[in-house]
Design a protein around this ligand. Sequence first.
Ligand code: SAH
Length: 368
Amino acid sequence: MSITDTLKKTSFDRNDIIRLLVSTDTQEIELIRKEAEDVLLTQCGSEVFYRGLIEFSNVCTCDCLYCGIRKSNTGVKRYTLSGNEMVSAAVWCAEQGYGSVVLQSGERRDAHFVELVESVVKEIKSQTVSQVLPHGLGITLCCGEQSSEVYKRWFSAGAHRYLLRIESSAPELFSTIHPPSQRLESRIECLRSLKEIGFQVGTGVMIGLPGQSVEHLADDILFFRDLDVDMIGMGPYIVHSDTPMKSHLHYYNEKKEWVFQKSLLMIAATRLVLRDVNIAATTALQTMKHDGREQGLRFGANVIMPQLTPQEVRENYLLYEGKPCLDESAEQCRFCLQNRVQSVDRVVGFNKWGDSKHWTRRNLRTEP
Ligand code: SAH
């Protein structure tokens, strides 16, 4: 089927999605990009929403085979920010008009950690209420798999979005990149539980994993659709040389261009299939190409996560190598990003939570 015919469809099946993802012709890709951008503009508008990213701890009990801060990587200098440090970064974020913050960390389930997150969420909420943000900053958590009791506590404290990537929805791929103790089913359980509790739920995958095909990627999009998620964060898999997957470095270098192109097509295809969800243009895209995030926006993304992690610990949160902006202050990051957003004819949605339209429609609620 020609790409024009595929793009005319109002509902896409697996073959249609594969058809989108296999495109390599420049003109075809431009047609797909344009259609994804049109759907984004009609469904969500032209605003790009910021989520100030605070990577508050690299202490992790997991051993994901791809991740630079995995438990077994003894070369990592471990840190956990204090509650005060986290709250100050969030207050700065609110003062800049960013509207939302993401608290991300390695995975821990001890009582001390659970309490730290809970108290920081409450404190951020109480310190960021203002005329422009009557309900304080929007808070997204990205702290891995937890019990539903813990998720409930964090939700009651005031967090209203949660990101938990499925990494790959294909059982055979999931099990090759995680130790046997980590199970795809428990991650799906967590996503269901988060939704039931009332969170806006985000998930996503890494693109370019060894052995991953366009069929796998198409199935990932169908997984997002079937789970009816509100937000998507996905990006290229980038090799870290202190991980068991370092042997794929050669493969990665050879496939770099393919992976970057597939990452953009995944954003576009996800936009076409899921329509009104929020999609992030992730930092990993920028690691591959200096304008990777702007490209992500042009292919249908509408969320960007400016770095707010204090500079002195930022270099210790290396999930992968070549992470950009390590030496830029949050202040520099702010101006740099605004220029990047404007360069693709979009505007920053300052002082708004920028909730996923899919979620508001799903709940027939409007943003406060
Ligand atoms: N512990 C939290 C946060 C993990 S880090 C959680 O489990 O959700 C956030 C994301 O970084 C991960 O979900 C993973 O998709 C991504 N990531 C980790 N290592 C990566 C790598 N080498 N290349 C690209 N992305 C990576």
